[in-house]
Design a binder for this molecule. Structure first.
Ligand SMILES: [Zn+2]
Length: 153
């Protein structure tokens, strides 16, 4: 699944605006324990951008990732349809992908989401969420017919 590196956007087009919002969000990261800043910008189908950063806690397990911050902000404002997400960190070599929990959170709203991983030079790699979460469990799975018995009944 090796992807080509896409050069930084040269104009303030949609990707440029989205990437800029992700970089700005990274500066808001509250990460005194990991010192691993992450910024995200989530584009809704209605054209709005919701940003998010990671928010850590002295009780480490309560940390919230930047992706889930952005999703919660958007959903709490009534948005349920998303087109693109841009994710950035301070990592200089390679790109930072969303963790498994965030892939699942994003999958709730559709696997066709464009996921851009951005490095500090504003270069990116582009994926579809379905590539990052194969054999995803989605709301449709809850609608599938389930067996009344299994082999140990
Ligand atoms: Zn995460």
């Amino acid at each position: 699944m090796e992807k080509e590196i896409i050069p930084a956007p040269s104009s303030p087009d949609l990707e440029g605006k989205l990437f800029h919002a992700a970089h700005l969000a990274k500066h808001k990261a509250y990460c005194p324990y990991s010192n691993f800043r992450v910024g995200v910008a989530l584009l809704t189908s209605s054209g709005k951008i919701y940003s998010g950063c990671n928010v850590e806690n002295a009780s480490y397990a309560l940390a919230t990732c930047a992706e889930r911050t952005a999703v919660c902000k958007a959903v709490s404002e009534g948005e349920l349809s998303f087109d693109k997400i841009a994710i950035t960190s301070d990592v200089e070599t390679g790109f930072t992908g969303p963790c498994g929990s965030c892939r699942q959170t994003l999958a709730e709203f559709g696997l066709d989401l464009d996921v851009y991983l951005i490095n500090p030079k504003n270069e990116s790699k582009a994926y579809k969420l379905r590539e990052l979460l194969p054999i995803a469990f989605t709301p449709r799975d809850l609608l599938k017919h389930r067996a009344a018995h299994d082999v140990i009944d």
